[in-house]
Ligand binder design. Structure first.
Ligand code: SAM
Ligand code: SF4
Length: 326
């Protein structure tokens, strides 16, 4: 369906849990999280499937499962299989920190997952432990290797370049795309919650580093994802390098997405609290038609643009990144 500004909304990011087995410094506090969604408030898989059937009737075609860490929720691969079976859903992908991927990659792939994005900010074990506050680097790398060994085609590695942590890691991360046809994508740090304490590394700086080591970066015109990444080819690389810059390359004019939190809040823009809580409707005796109509009205009101750094921030969302899922 189209929103009030004529944008085609066909993509939903669904956070299936706000729990996580890492504690990335820019995303989650070390301890003291008192606001996990309780087991009674979290949407059940049946509720998620019902919402997605209604969303599909409104024209949603693509789903990204996210978290917290989606793979910590039991039965995630079964959910993928059931989502894939819904009429109108063309693509189900996942973003994961990779810790449980070695165990679950086969299940996900046999359930029909269309894309796996692994978040990885460094290829050095010590730096990984510093960023994530957990010593799971080997598990993440084993997860990536497992996916590669299964010859899975749509593998992406997402890195958030941060001056304080991984500026010297970016060339090594990009090198992951040399011998395997995967995409390494650099995602601009957004000033949400804890991330406000850190400094993003600019795209220009990253491109200069990559060009110096690997040669000229040529814009890649093909399609590799659902959204706003801009891709480049490098000489001799089987894969590609992508950049997503929500702040400096604002793409709100083409935004095609909505988000669903694990407690059922339909969120219309990443840094605003606009949207509506679907749980009371889901848990009333409302029909599917009424639920669909409630979502249609919400989606129609999707705001024109995010307003990071703007003065009028009355509607900035207090949810942290681990509660929204990126
Ligand atoms: N746990 C999963 C993972 O790490 O992929 C899914 C949720 S995580 C919030 C999704 C993505 O958001 C990760 O790639 C993470 O690095 C990124 N992220 C977290 N905080 C961010 C921020 N402030 N700006 C940009 N990306 C951020
Ligand atoms: Fe967990 Fe992902 Fe946030 Fe890291 S970025 S703390 S893995 S939700």
């Amino acid at each position: 369906m189209q929103d009030q500004y004529g944008r085609e909304i066909d993509y939903v990011r669904i956070s299936i849990t706000d729990r996580c087995n890492l504690r990335c410094t820019y995303c989650m506090p070390e301890e003291g999280i008192e606001h996990y969604t309780s087991h009674t408030d979290i949407l059940s898989y049946e509720e998620i499937l019902r919402l997605v059937r209604c969303l599909a009737s409104l024209g949603i075609k693509k789903i990204k499962l996210t978290g917290g860490e989606p793979l910590v929720r039991l039965g995630c691969a079964d959910l993928v299989r059931e989502l894939k079976a819904i009429d109108g859903i063309e693509q189900v992908t996942i973003t994961t920190n990779g810790v449980l991927l070695e165990e679950l990659a086969e299940d996900l792939i046999s359930a029909g997952i269309d894309g796996i994005n692994v978040s990885l900010d460094t290829v050095e074990r010590d730096i990984f432990a510093k960023i994530t506050r957990r010593d799971y680097f080997d598990k993440v790398m084993a997860g990536i290797e497992k996916v590669k060994s299964l010859q899975f085609k749509n593998l992406k590695i997402n890195c958030v370049p941060i001056a304080q942590f991984n500026k010297n890691e970016l060339v090594k991360l990009a090198a992951q795309a040399k011998d395997y046809p995967l995409a390494v994508r650099f995602i601009e740090l957004m000033p949400i919650g804890l991330a406000q304490e850190y400094t993003a590394v600019s795209r220009e700086e990253i491109m200069d580093m990559l060009t110096e080591d690997f040669g000229e970066m040529m814009p890649y015109e093909g399609t590799l994802g659902n959204g706003p990444a801009e891709y480049y080819s490098l000489p001799g690389f089987k894969g590609h390098i992508g950049f997503i810059g929500a702040i400096h390359n604002k793409f709100c004019g083409h935004c095609n997405r909505i988000r669903l939190t694990s407690s059922g809040f339909l969120k219309l823009c990443l840094n605003q609290n606009k949207g509506g809580d679907l749980a009371p409707i889901l848990r009333s005796d409302a029909s599917d038609e009424e639920l669909t109509e409630a979502m249609r009205q919400l989606i129609y009101q999707k705001p024109l643009a995010h307003h990071f750094y703007e003065e009028d921030q009355n509607d900035t969302d207090s949810r942290q990144m681990f509660q929204v899922g990126g």
